[in-house]
Design a protein around this ligand. Structure first.
Ligand code: ZN
Length: 580
């Protein structure tokens, strides 16, 4: 959810930015441009002075924009959203200044800024400016085309035998219908939007590539990863390892699942087609091991349970909840998100709580983001009082969010009997395993396809997509299918080169889980772990993850916290078990 809301913010940023010729309200000293001969301390001093002036300028701007976004999310009023647009545009204008960018880039490349904290701020600033150096006209073309595709996505309705259907109707058919022909029709309807947007989307990819090349990168995928301090080789290594480690167990689980599905639809397993899974992309767990946990939550107060749990781990959330907006209201954003208003402790969560499992997970998740933001070290400079990466804050949110289905946690927090706990245990482990492994294999499709899409948008993308689906998800291409099924996934349009972060978040959540169980709590096994009342969890996360903020590159932070760089092996040991 945080990721989605971040996407919304990124979109807002993207939407409002065009047409802004870089202004020259430069805070750069007159001599800063050609100072490669200046001694280390001199360069350091220049950068220090620049950053001081920069923060003085942007800190109030960012606070105002965050408050405006909060107001808009609560009120839903167009004028509040317009205010967000105006304020974010002003921030973008600061970062689009080419003289300031040139100064920072030169300072970084000179290698003369030796102070670690200063050098780190410089590195982050260079990326923030680089992102905003696209040519205004090209940027406008990108934003316009992206908006146009998004409009098509939101207005297009697929049809079944000439009758228009909504996305929800398609989803419902895929979840419940047992007639294969009707399922096929619904699946085909879900892909029709692909044909409507595909040629625009290829054009958008080419425009993004053009912009990236003007900034000196191979393509837009490389640029995006660089801006996010990620490296293709590094990600390839992680994804390849995850692929290898999940191959056999995924094949086994899927074979078992296929048998259940085939029996349900009265077909042979070899006849199973993409429409026999329960959503258009097979990214979710088909509801064959359905787990209904809502009954356990309906008489509880989700807000109180969350507050009590977090307090027990040494991460109190009362001051966060006081500022939060937690219940449904007309016009209010219906999802959940967390926002750090000022990097000085004003952290808020927006939710629409109902007392059920979904909102329990969401509250634990959003409060995970919140305790990360809340516990940054105020002694650190403003620019470093942020999570190390978007996926590291996602990992903390997932780490806590996963507990809403954990039988031991549920028993302790909800006061369940041993009998009730055993009922939950019977299906929850299997469900968690399926959910994680199905998502992992799907994320591989997205990561690999997107990488190749930007590397060569002129290739046969329809075939490429099905090669990926067959390789990673073991789902068969329907005979003779040659349609842009890939283009029906809206993320290629609205959140480019981002999807892999969901997986990295899951991997890190598991790595932290493993480290805390074995090295912080020294339990030797995660059997029956609930984290309830474990103050050491909060202590460890605060010291090793929250307080360092963005001081270190994400992989360095992870290594310092857990003794290892990011690895998929703990995700695999937690969720992926080969059957005996
Ligand atoms: Zn999140």
């Amino acid at each position: 959810m945080k990721a989605l809301s971040t996407t919304v913010v990124m979109l807002l940023l993207a939407i409002v930015v065009f047409g802004c010729a870089p202004t020259s309200t430069s805070a750069v000293e007159p001599n800063a441009q050609n100072s490669s001969s200046v001694v280390t301390t001199e360069k350091g001093k220049q950068v220090e002075k620049f950053i001081k002036a920069h923060i003085k300028k942007v800190e109030p701007m960012e606070k105002a924009a965050n408050l405006a976004y909060w107001d808009a999310a609560i009120s839903g009023k167009p004028e509040d959203y317009n205010r967000v647009g105006k304020l974010t545009l002003e921030i973008r204008q600061v970062y689009s200044n080419p003289q300031e960018f040139a100064f920072l880039k030169e300072a970084k490349e000179s290698g003369q800024v030796k102070d670690q904290m200063l050098a780190r701020q410089l590195e982050l600033l260079v990326n923030a400016y680089l992102e905003n150096q696209m040519e205004p006209e090209l940027l406008k073309a990108i934003v316009d085309l992206g908006t146009e595709i998004e409009r098509k996505f939101s207005t297009f309705r697929g049809s079944i035998e000439g009758k228009k259907v909504t996305d929800n109707e398609i989803k419902e058919i895929l979840k419940t219908e047992i007639d294969s022909h009707k399922r096929e029709q619904a699946w085909l309807a879900s892909k029709q939007v692909g044909g409507v947007v595909a040629s625009d989307l290829v054009q958008l990819v080419k425009l993004r590539n053009q912009a990236a090349r003007k900034l000196g990168f191979d393509n837009y995928h490389t640029l995006s990863l660089t801006l996010a301090e990620q490296d293709v080789k590094e990600l390839d290594k992680i994804f390849n390892e995850l692929y290898e480690l999940t191959n056999k167990p995924f094949a086994e689980l899927k074979a078992e699942l296929d048998q259940i599905l085939a029996a349900k639809y009265g077909v042979a397993t070899v006849e199973l087609m993409p429409w026999h899974y329960h959503d258009p992309f097979f990214q979710e767990t088909p509801m064959v091991y359905q787990l209904d946990l809502d009954a356990y939550y309906k008489d509880k107060d989700v807000k109180q349970v969350a507050a009590k749990f977090y307090a027990g781990t040494g991460l109190p959330v009362d001051s966060i909840l006081e500022k939060s907006d937690l219940y449904e209201r007309e016009g209010k954003n219906p999802h959940g998100f967390c926002t750090d208003i000022d990097r000085r402790g004003d952290v808020r969560v927006l939710c629409n709580i109902k007392n059920n499992e979904y909102w329990m997970e969401t509250m634990l998740h959003e409060l995970g983001h919140a305790v990360y933001d809340k516990n940054h070290n105020l002694q650190m400079p403003f620019l470093l009082r942020e999570p190390a990466h978007i996926f590291t804050t996602e990992a903390i949110a997932m780490f806590f969010g996963r507990l809403s289905r954990n039988p031991a946690w549920m028993q302790q927090m909800l006061g369940l009997s041993d009998q009730q706990r055993m009922e939950i245990e019977k299906v929850s482990a299997k469900y968690a395993q399926l959910k994680q492994i199905i998502f992992a294999r799907w994320d591989m499709v997205m990561y690999d396809f997107e990488k190749q899409l930007y590397a060569n948008p002129d290739q046969d993308l329809n075939s490429l997509w099905w090669q990926m689906v067959e390789k990673y998800q073991l789902v068969k291409k329907p005979p003779a299918r040659n349609e842009p099924d890939w283009a029906a996934k809206i993320h290629f349009t609205i959140a480019p080169c981002y999807y892999h972060n969901y997986m990295l978040g899951e991997l890190l959540a598991s790595q932290l889980h493993h480290h805390i169980v074995n090295n912080v709590l020294k339990l030797g096994s995660d059997k029956d772990i609930s984290y309830v009342g474990q103050k050491k969890v909060g202590e460890f996360l605060t010291k090793k993850v929250f307080e360092p903020g963005a001081m270190y590159h994400w992989n360095e932070m992870i290594e310092q916290a857990t003794g290892e760089q990011l690895t998929p092996k703990y995700f695999v040991s937690q969720f992926v078990k080969t059957q005996d």
